[in-house]
Each structure stands twice: as structure tokens, then as C-alpha cells.
Design a protein around this ligand. Structure first.
Ligand SMILES: *[C@@H]1O[C@H](CO)[C@@H](O)[C@H](O)[C@H]1NC(C)=O
Ligand SMILES: *[C@@H]1O[C@H](CO)[C@@H](O)[C@H](O)[C@H]1NC(C)=O
Length: 290
């Protein structure tokens, strides 16, 4: 007589068919009663469900399991099958990493933090890209060494990859002449997170600008009734939760001739050119007539 691990006794019986029937009965009962089922639980650090990390940095998605409440070393009879998948809205799920009976698979920038076998299957992602954002789902199946499933569980962690603003470009709108109004504009071409803008003058004297002359959302700075004292180097800083980028512009307020004087000079030049053309025509006619 042999005794199985679960404590069920098997008695040698005469006919093979009866034995088979009893074996079926035994399997059926053991499946129902699950005498050898271990209590599998997945864990993340308390209160953690969402992680944020900057583009280019690395992040660890910390997940581990316990069997019957026991931490942390795995038993020789314990065969875990672990899969990490990434789910993104409206997209096909991405197989990030897996190991177990079928061997190890991982995407290029993904790896396990601890070598297997370990009950800690924390996922490390390096050189983060914007497209790594999404919901990471970890599925764990535990088998015994006869490949009988002892349990399975799923847990999710959300990752948001933070992207700093791209380098903004600074522009001057208007003619920087004494008495005029101009606007300095600053725009970061593309940004994943809301951007705010700051303008300040560095040289020759420093000054920080605030609304209403500054529009922190659009990035524009209005300078009215210019005087030569506002000349200088102006810096715009575009920033969001992930970081910042800046550009600058040099404003030179000139005292040169006013608009009326310029217009007069232009008209004078045009009259001069007209006279010259007339003279050339006259000269040609006179030549032709000879
Ligand atoms: C598993 O690893 C993560 C990341 O290093 C760590 O935060 C966590 O405490 C570990 N779990 C256990 C039970 O040691
Ligand atoms: C202005 O911008 C240029 C290039 O964009 C940079 O090389 C320079 O250091 C900046 N100047 C200041 C004062 O920030």
C-alpha cells in the first residue's frame, strides 16, 4: 500500500479496469478538494498601483509572490511560470518578459531584477521611452515538480513615462524701436504633458516677468512703449512635470529714424528711380531719332 502526498491511501486492487475507475475517482475528488493546492498571493509595495519615471531613466516594477504566506526563497519542487505583458489603450498587448517551463524571453530593455529561481519577479525597464507607458500585467502560475498547477494570480501596475518639453523656439514679433510695442513668443513644438512658460531677462540687468505681460500658457511676453533700457538677452524656459528646456533672444531697442522718416526716404528713393528711368528713355529716343 502506498500513501500519496495528500494523504489518500491507494489499495492494490485485482482488476485493471476497477483500478482505472478508482484512479479517475481519485483524480476527480482531488481536483474538487484540492488537497495539495497552495495559497498563492502576489504582492506589490503597500499602496503602489502607479509609477512615474522620466524618459531615458530606468524603473523597477516591484512584484513578488508568497506561497501559504511564506517569503521569500523558492522551494526545489516549485515551478513558477511568469509572464509580464503590457496593455495600452486601443493596441495589441505586448509580450514584455516571461520565464518558466518554456525558457526565458524578454524584450531588449526589459529584464528581471533578481535571477531566477526567486519569488521576487520584479521587472526592470531601462532607457525608458514614451511608448513604454501603459498597464503592466504580471501573471504567475505555480506548478509542482509533477507539473500540477498549484495556483495562479494576476496583478497590474501602471507606468507613466514622463517626457520633458522639446526645445522651444524664441521669436520677436514687431519692430523693436523706442516707443513701439513688441511681443516675444516661445513655443515648444510637441509635448506630452502640459507645458508652462517663463520669461526673464538676464543681461544687462535681470528681471522676471509675470502676468498680465506674460502669458504662461501661450508662452508670449508683451513689451509696450519700448525704451532702450529694456534691451538685453531674454530667456524663455518651457517646463512640465518631467523637466524643462529653454531658448533665448537678444532684444536691441533702437532709437533710429521713426516710421514717417523711413516712409519719406522710401518715397524719395522711388521718385529718384523714376526720374532716372525717364532720363534713360529720353536718351534712347534721342539716340533713335538721329
Ligand atoms: C522584491 O523586490 C523589490 C524591488 O527591489 C523590493 O521593493 C521588494 O521589497 C522585494 N520583495 C521582497 C519580499 O523582498
Ligand atoms: C542662447 O542660446 C544659445 C543657443 O540656442 C546658447 O548657445 C546660449 O548659451 C544661450 N544664451 C544664454 C544666455 O542662455
Amino acid at each position: 500500500m502506498t500513501t500519496s502526498r495528500s494523504g489518500w491511501a491507494r489499495i492494490p486492487l485485482p482488476g485493471p479496469s476497477v483500478a482505472t475507475f478508482l484512479q479517475f475517482l481519485f483524480l476527480g475528488l482531488s481536483a474538487l478538494a484540492s488537497p495539495s493546492r497552495a495559497q498563492l498571493e502576489l504582492h506589490v509595495p503597500a499602496g503602489l498601483s502607479r509609477l512615474q519615471a522620466a524618459e531615458g531613466s530606468e524603473v523597477v516594477l516591484p512584484v513578488w509572490y508568497t506561497l501559504n504566506g511564506e517569503l521569500p526563497s523558492s522551494q526545489p519542487w516549485e515551478v513558477p511560470v511568469v509572464r509580464w505583458y503590457l496593455y495600452q489603450k486601443g493596441k495589441q498587448e505586448i509580450h514584455v518578459l516571461s520565464y518558466g517551463i518554456g525558457g526565458m524571453y524578454s524584450k531588449p530593455r526589459a529584464s528581471l531584477l533578481y535571477p531566477e529561481p526567486s519569488r521576487n519577479m520584479s521587472l526592470r525597464l531601462q532607457d525608458l521611452q514614451e511608448e513604454d507607458s501603459g498597464s503592466y500585467r504580471c501573471t504567475v502560475f505555480i506548478y509542482d515538480n509533477q507539473l500540477k498547477e498549484l495556483g495562479h494570480r494576476i496583478i497590474s501596475l501602471d507606468l507613466d513615462v514622463l517626457v520633458p518639453p522639446t526645445s522651444p523656439s524664441c521669436h520677436l514679433q514687431g519692430v523693436p524701436r523706442v516707443g513701439n510695442n513688441v511681443a516675444l513668443s516661445c513655443q515648444s513644438p510637441r509635448s506630452k504633458h502640459a507645458v508652462q512658460y517663463q520669461w526673464e531677462r538676464l543681461l544687462p540687468s535681470s528681471q522676471v516677468f509675470y502676468p498680465p505681460v506674460l502669458d504662461p500658457i501661450r508662452g508670449s511676453l508683451r513689451l509696450t512703449s519700448l525704451s532702450t533700457s529694456v534691451s538685453g538677452v531674454y530667456i524663455c524656459k518651457a517646463h512640465n512635470i518631467a523637466g524643462s528646456a529653454q531658448c533665448n533672444i537678444t532684444l536691441e531697442v533702437c532709437t533710429g529714424p521713426g516710421p514717417a522718416v523711413v516712409a519719406g526716404a522710401v518715397v524719395g528713393t522711388l521718385i529718384g528711380l523714376g526720374l532716372l528711368a525717364g532720363l534713360v528713355l529720353l536718351y534712347q529716343r534721342w539716340n533713335h531719332g538721329l
